[in-house]
Design a protein around this ligand. Structure first.
Ligand SMILES: Cc1cc2nc3c(=O)[nH]c(=O)nc-3n(C[C@H](O)[C@H](O)[C@H](O)COP(=O)(O)O)c2cc1C
Length: 258
């Protein structure tokens, strides 16, 4: 495997950081590398907000379910899907604006995620570690108010970055047969691949002590592995899992998904 491929295949999320600061050159290079991501029609429909202020990071950590790595990060990045910049262009030109439709929101969300993925890789390439933070959508109204987000924007994910204090082991993924089909969709191999994966995750103990809603499954007697964890995750109606506020938040942001 060449150097870049082995780098890409060594990804782990890091949640514990030393106090070593991230300098502004690093910050710029992370952001400009993220910008190099492909982007739909070159619209670049995202905005990244870099946060170093301790009070702001502390508040965001609280809003994200007390995730300590946010407060301890050297730099916290917020990735927002952003059609606001484009809405202003259209307003200036007196053109109609389609930002209320579903497809532009998908475009912006995909652009945002692609940029975030590359930002993380850029950080990792300079010896930093980090973790994406979907919990930024736990309280999007508060995040929007705290960070002054305009209409047509939506926080998609955050990212805690810093020098790793501890680096966890690489987490195995599903066998390729569970997520890759040739020529046509074929779910035939999925069950076996998932069963194989369950055994791997079980053996490594990745989900020990992380049972979803243990109290709701008193009769469960099997091995608590990836399939049980994921099924419970997808059955979970709790606000932090389902984030039922997202629909009204998007509407408030004028992202009406028409
Ligand atoms: C969009 C997104 C949101 C995530 N949100 C969180 C989060 O809020 N908190 C957290 O600790 N990890 C979060 N993660 C990290 C995942 O839990 C992690 O990527 C996954 O368990 C696989 O582990 P690995 O990245 O170490 O391979 C998120 C990952 C993604 C892609």
């Amino acid at each position: 495997m060449n150097e870049l491929l082995s780098f890409l295949n060594s990804h782990v999320s890091v949640r514990q950081f030393t106090d070593q600061p991230i300098d502004e050159d690093q910050e710029r290079l992370i952001v400009t590398t993220a910008q190099r991501s492909p982007t739909s029609s070159n619209l670049q429909a995202y905005t990244i907000i870099g946060i170093r202020n301790q009070e702001t990071k502390d508040r965001l950590a609280e809003l994200c379910g007390r995730q300590g790595h946010i407060a301890h990060s050297g730099l916290f990045l917020l990735f927002c899907a952003d059609l606001y910049r484009l809405s202003r262009l259209n307003a200036e030109k007196g053109y109609p604006f389609t930002g209320e439709y579903t497809e532009p929101f998908i475009v912006a969300t995909v652009d945002t995620a692609l940029a975030a993925g590359r930002a993380l890789m850029a950080a990792q390439a300079m010896g930093l570690g980090g973790v994406m933070v979907g919990a930024i959508r736990n309280h999007p109204d508060d995040v929007a108010e705290l960070l002054n987000l305009p209409p047509y924007t939506c926080p998609i994910m955050g990212m805690s970055l810093g020098y790793p204090a501890t680096v966890p082991k690489v987490k195995p993924r599903l066998p390729m047969e569970a997520i890759y089909c040739r020529e046509q969709y074929d779910s035939g191999p999925f069950a076996q691949a998932i069963a194989d994966y369950d055994k791997i995750i079980d053996r490594l103990g990745h989900l020990k002590g992380r049972e979803v809603n243990a109290g709701s499954y008193p009769d469960f007697a099997g091995d608590y592995s990836w399939s049980e964890h994921s099924a419970r995750r997808m059955a979970d109606l709790s606000p932090t899992a389902l984030r039922p506020h997202m629909k009204s938040f998007l509407e408030k942001q004028k992202l009406k998904l028409k």
